[in-house]
Design a protein around this ligand. Structure first.
Ligand code: FAD
Length: 124
């Protein structure tokens, strides 16, 4: 198992984390309740604290100060996640991503309502 000092492991961790963040944002409620807004905000701050790559975590925490999570709607959260990812892209010398294409890219393959999942919630 490679250590996280290894650039390949760091990149894999980054790709997996971005995928989770963008996919979560794509399924975040259109009209979130106050507790849903608080939960996602807390999750993002905890992620920035616990992120296993120290250099990335430091940068992430600084970004959160300048660009606090936008949690008022699915579109707001998705666009916020896209823009912070773009800040990292620019920092690493990568191309900016076109945030208008987000909806087509991040689909989790799961039903909006858990009861719509094949076999229902209690299937083995
Ligand atoms: P990634 O940047 O991982 O992106 C994966 C895929 O997401 C892309 O192929 C593209 O399809 C899509 N994508 C790209 N941009 C966007 C966007 N704006 N919105 C939506 N989708 C997009 N690495 C470092 O070396 N130094 C750091 O300081 C650092 N900080 C990081 C901070 C955080 C919070 C995270 C999650 C990762 C960080 N990383 C850092 C890792 C880095 O961002 C990349 O994940 C890694 O370099 C692999 O890059 P990649 O080119 O494979 O694509």
């Amino acid at each position: 198992m490679p250590k996280l000092g290894n650039a390949t492991a760091k990149a894999e961790l980054g790709r997996a984390t971005w995928k989770l963040l963008h996919t979560m944002a794509s399924r975040y409620p259109e009209k979130p309740k106050a507790d849903e807004r608080a939960a996602v905000k807390q999750w993002i701050f905890l992620l920035s604290r616990l992120y296993p790559c120290g250099e990335c975590a430091n940068h992430f925490q600084r970004m959160l100060k300048d660009h606090p999570p936008q949690t008022s709607s699915r579109a707001a959260l998705s666009n916020w996640a896209c823009s912070i990812h773009n800040i990292v892209n620019i920092r690493l010398g990568k191309a900016e991503f076109d945030c208008s294409t987000l909806e087509n890219v991040y689909q989790c393959g799961c039903a909006e309502d858990p009861s719509e999942v094949e076999g229902g919630l209690n299937s083995d």
